[in-house]
Design a protein around this ligand. Structure first.
Ligand SMILES: Nc1ncnc2c1ncn2[C@@H]1O[C@H](COP(=O)(O)OP(=O)(O)OP(=O)(O)O)[C@@H](O)[C@H]1O
Length: 374
């Protein structure tokens, strides 16, 4: 077990005359035993970061420490890491037992010691009955368990997982996700997982590092990232269905400050909480999650009056989509007792405590609106 820190880590790939800055001055500090997810869209630099921690990729600048020790110049084998990659193939001719035992044999351990260790790991991963099988006879989920068993058999200081569940189908993926969490609770090994699946990151990680274009956007607990995104990128990336985001301007209507939605001209009252935060005449990016929009009665003053475009019944919830103009939609997630037809009038109120405002120029969260309770 160990702390893992990255300080100002950058990676520039050089291809002929072209340079790609895959990771930019990346800082990260994982506590001993913490489960951290690197999350972001394709090409944002997640795998490169993981490979640099593993020592499979040289770093261009910066420093990586594992358990306080600088590892920049150490080969992968000397870093005390365990690796399980998406396509990290098992050796087909070897049994599951021999695949798991492989690294211990390379260390010159006795067969008795190896048997004890393999049995211990097999029990942890619930693969005791697969040990005599060959990899070809295993399902995707079973292969991934063996893969992880192989990664943790040497009791690594840091476990690195690159999209370990992405090849699995929906139900198996869910099961393996729960298994991974349970395994981490049992072995408490500092773990970094790379994923582009936000629900996987939210379910597994103690803290999530959200990346975009090689840069760290936010590092926080799932709650912080969901409830308190530091910029518009994080706000829009986390959450399914995604956060409603649109451009507004603060104007006065009958002496009351309102947000006027740009483009469609509709308006709704500025909540009391935000009156001291916003300025008349200023433009903002306004964000609210579909679950934080309420359908209210027509007489509810200050509500946004509009019409339903699409109504969806998803069984455990209903979704309403409203086209404000040709570029902007608002989505609303409601309980199943709310029913509408396309074209019906609808009145919406945004949960005051859960409105997010961003600077349209920088995308950063507007200061002064921090008091968002649980
Ligand atoms: N060996 C390489 N040579 C040149 N460019 C590379 C190399 N590996 C990655 N890149 C580039 O670096 C950037 C980051 O890639 P990386 O694979 O780390 O992203 P990622 O977030 O893991 O993406 P994905 O989820 O698609 O795997 C991309 O622009 C990619 O094209």
């Amino acid at each position: 077990m160990a702390e893992l820190t990255l300080k100002g880590v950058s990676k520039i790939y050089r291809k002929r005359n072209r340079e790609v800055q895959a990771v930019k001055a990346f800082n990260l500090s994982c506590r001993d035993g913490e489960f951290v997810a690197l999350l972001g869209p394709s090409g944002c630099g997640k795998s490169t970061t993981l490979r640099m921690i593993a020592g499979l990729e040289e770093i261009t600048s910066g420093e990586i420490r594992i358990g306080g020790k600088k590892v920049n110049d150490l080969p992968p084998k000397k870093r005390g890491i365990g690796l399980a990659f998406e396509n990290y193939a098992l050796y087909p001719p070897l049994s599951v037992y021999d695949n798991i035992a492989f690294n211990l044999r390379a260390q010159g351990k006795s067969e008795e010691e190896i048997r004890r260790e393999v049995d211990r790991i097999a029990a942890l991963l619930h693969i005791g009955d697969l040990l005599e099988k060959k990899p070809a006879a295993l399902s995707g989920g079973e292969k991934q368990r063996v893969n992880i068993a192989r990664a943790i058999i040497r009791r690594p200081a840091v476990l690195l997982l690159d999209e370990p569940l992405s090849h699995l189908d929906g139900r198996m993926r869910q099961r393996m996700r729960t298994e991974l969490k349970r395994l981490h609770n049992e072995i408490r090994c500092t773990t970094v997982i790379v994923t582009h699946d936000q629900s996987e990151a939210m379910a597994l990680a103690d803290r999530i590092a959200v990346m975009n274009e090689g840069e760290l956007q936010q590092f926080g607990t799932p709650f912080e990232i969901y409830r308190h995104p530091v910029n518009e990128f994080v706000a829009g990336f986390i959450g399914d269905p995604p956060m409603n985001l649109f451009a507004v301007q603060v104007v006065k209507e009958e002496e009351t400050p309102v947000f006027k939605i740009e483009g469609c001209g509709k308006s709704f009252a500025v909540p009391d909480r935000l009156r001291s935060v916003v300025k008349e005449g200023m433009r903002y990016r306004f964000g609210v999650r579909p679950t934080d929009v309420r359908v209210v009665a027509p007489e509810d003053g200050g509500a946004l009056a509009t019409r339903v475009t699409v109504f969806e019944n998803l069984g455990e919830e209903h979704r309403i989509h409203i086209r404000l103009d040709k570029n902007q939609m608002i989505s609303v997630v409601t309980d199943t007792d709310v029913r509408f037809q396309p074209g019906d009038s609808i009145f919406l109120r945004f949960d005051e405590e859960k409105i997010h405002l961003f600077d349209p120029a920088t995308g950063r969260r507007i200061q002064g609106q921090e008091a968002i309770p649980a």
